[in-house]
Design a protein around this ligand. Structure first.
Ligand SMILES: O=C(O)CCC(=O)C(=O)O
Length: 290
């Protein structure tokens, strides 16, 4: 069984080639302290967004995944004992709303690691994401592969998930299954936290928990199985995620439920790069015809 030490490096004195080797072998990589310089400011903006979204909750609209406030935060049902009937799941902080958040996505050391993994030309995929677990029971995110949500034509994006607070088994540490990126696309089912793997086939005991400090980063392949349990602490447990891909890659299937995935699969062959060009963060995008 792979241990945390096998997939872990430290931002100080980092060997980027070793980082890429770990990533390619295990589909995941931990870099301790990579995001430390940004955490105070990002956390401030995350908590400001959470307060804003809660103040807008009475204007939330019903959507297939739960409820969405006018500022874009996704809420899902809260556990029965909670103070509200809805809890935050995906918080609407992104590259348009937070300068600190955007700056952290352009960190040079982070991009050096990505260059060793992806190659010299790198674009951002998406607008940045923040998964937010409220205190005392904030939702689990079932084990899953991100490719179930956004399957790509080529290698798919590399995710970099960053701890905003010290995170352990009590408040929702990320769990990963090293090597699972080599299993191909697995069948997902509908769960409380949207697409997930069947709990009878993939159990938490099959996954490696990554405890860490605020500022630690976890890189993972979009087919690396991962998830996180509830937050039982009395404080929020946010993480923020940046995703990067080679500039010619693009989504061919986009889904959140088994029903909308089945529909999207039918249209996969028609997908094109058009309108999917993210901001370049390293290198150059050469013109390419669709
Ligand atoms: O909040 C978490 O730790 C889970 C994040 C995650 O699984 C995802 O965004 O795919």
């Amino acid at each position: 069984m792979v241990s945390v030490q096998d997939i872990e490096l430290f931002a100080d004195g980092l060997d980027v080639q070793r980082a890429a080797e770990i990533y390619h072998e295990h589909g995941c990589l931990v870099v301790r302290g990579l995001m430390t310089p940004y955490i105070a400011e990002v956390q401030r903006d995350i908590e400001a967004t959470a307060a804003q979204s809660l103040s807008l909750l009475d204007r939330a609209e019903r959507i297939v995944e739960g409820w969405r406030t006018p500022d874009g935060t996704l809420f899902i049902p809260a556990p029965p004992h909670y103070q509200r009937d809805k809890q935050i799941m995906v918080l609407a902080i992104n590259y348009q709303t937070s300068a600190a958040f955007f700056r952290s996505a352009l960190d040079e050391k982070l991009l050096d690691i990505l260059e060793a993994i992806i190659g010299p030309n790198i674009e951002l995929f998406g607008n940045g994401q923040c998964l937010y677990k409220e205190p005392v029971g904030g939702h689990p995110k079932h084990l899953h592969q991100d490719a179930a949500y956004f399957e790509h034509r080529y290698d798919g994006p590399v995710a970099v998930l960053n701890y905003v607070v010290d995170t352990d088994l009590n408040n929702g540490a990320l769990h990963v299954v090293p090597g699972s990126h080599k299993l191909g696309q697995l069948k997902h089912v509908d769960t409380f936290s949207h697409l997930g793997l069947d709990e009878n086939e993939w159990r938490w005991e099959d996954a490696l928990p990554i405890c860490g400090k605020a500022g630690d980063s976890i890189f993972f392949h979009y087919r690396c199985i991962h998830g996180s349990k509830e937050n039982y602490s009395d404080k929020s447990r946010p993480v923020f995620i940046h995703r990067y891909r080679r500039p010619d890659d693009y989504v061919i299937i986009s889904a959140t439920t088994t029903a909308n995935r089945a529909e999207a699969e039918k249209r996969a062959a028609e997908a094109k790069k058009t309108n999917q060009r993210g901001l370049m963060v390293r290198g150059f995008r050469a013109y390419q015809e669709d």
